[in-house]
Design a protein around this ligand. Structure first.
Ligand SMILES: O=C(O)c1ccccc1N[C@@H]1O[C@H](COP(=O)(O)O)[C@@H](O)[C@H]1O
Length: 222
């Protein structure tokens, strides 16, 4: 059985990237959404991405972004994956994949059973799914709010593509979430912060350790 692969999202400093690499996370997420406290300029993102160690997958999170802005992003920042975290349709996901030749992870908000059909449809086109809590109506951010959904909705479900669990995960609850859902990949932003946008290296390390301390539903005794 493989280790659980961890994505830490919303990195803003070189120290954040170093902490993520040191902890053994697989993915580093950079947010390009001006309303977010984790939003980066292209210049800062380029510096962080160029300084990231080999093997760390650099993911750009964008929300309903048009081609002009995506062109500028992909031109400026060396990236390994795009995360579409808005209302992008399957057709838009396919168009982004074709235009940039980068793998695309599509975030899908889940609140109840009714949201699961959309995931299946999206798994026909996206390279990966990111299954997050649905943001409350009127929320400023479509993600990164520290909100969890009922993980029991995912028990026994299968998708056509790899998927990542997100939404309200913390060092304290990620092991339970992995055990219950069988997730092989998890993503966190606010759960490893001291305050919005300020990552805590100790929480990052604790999160990765907790996520990877579970195999096949049984906690590992180290
Ligand atoms: O992190 C953000 O600021 C953000 C902004 C806009 C869309 C998504 C965002 N974050 C993503 O949301 C999930 C869940 O966040 P949290 O762990 O509940 O705080 C996170 O994994 C990011 O990929």
């Amino acid at each position: 059985m493989q280790d659980v692969r961890v994505k830490i999202c919303g990195l803003r400093t070189e120290a954040d990237v170093a902490a993520v690499a040191r902890a053994g996370a697989a993915y580093a997420g950079f947010v390009f959404f001006p309303k977010s406290p984790r939003h980066l300029t292209l210049e800062v993102a380029r510096t962080l991405a160029l300084g990231a160690p080999d093997g760390l997958c650099k993911v750009a999170l964008v929300v309903d972004t048009d081609d002009a802005a995506l062109d500028a992003l992909v031109e400026a920042v060396p990236l390994d994956m795009l995360q579409l975290h808005g209302h992008e349709s399957p057709e838009r996901v396919a168009a982004v994949k074709a235009r940039y030749g980068l793998p695309v992870m599509k975030a899908m908000g889940v609140a109840d059973e009714g949201d699961l059909a959309g995931l299946l449809e999206m798994s026909l086109v996206a390279d990966q799914l990111l299954i997050d809590a649905k943001p409350p109506k009127g929320a400023d951010l479509p993600g990164g709010n520290g909100l969890a959904f009922d993980w029991r909705l995912l028990v026994g479900r299968k998708w056509l593509r790899p998927w990542m669990l997100a939404g309200g995960l913390t060092p304290d609850n990620v092991a339970q979430a992995v055990r219950l859902t069988g997730a092989r990949q998890v993503d966190v932003s606010s759960g490893v912060e001291l305050s919005p946008g300020v990552k805590d290296p100790a929480k990052i390390a604790a999160f990765v350790e907790a996520a990877q301390g579970v195999r096949g539903g049984v906690p590992i005794l180290r």
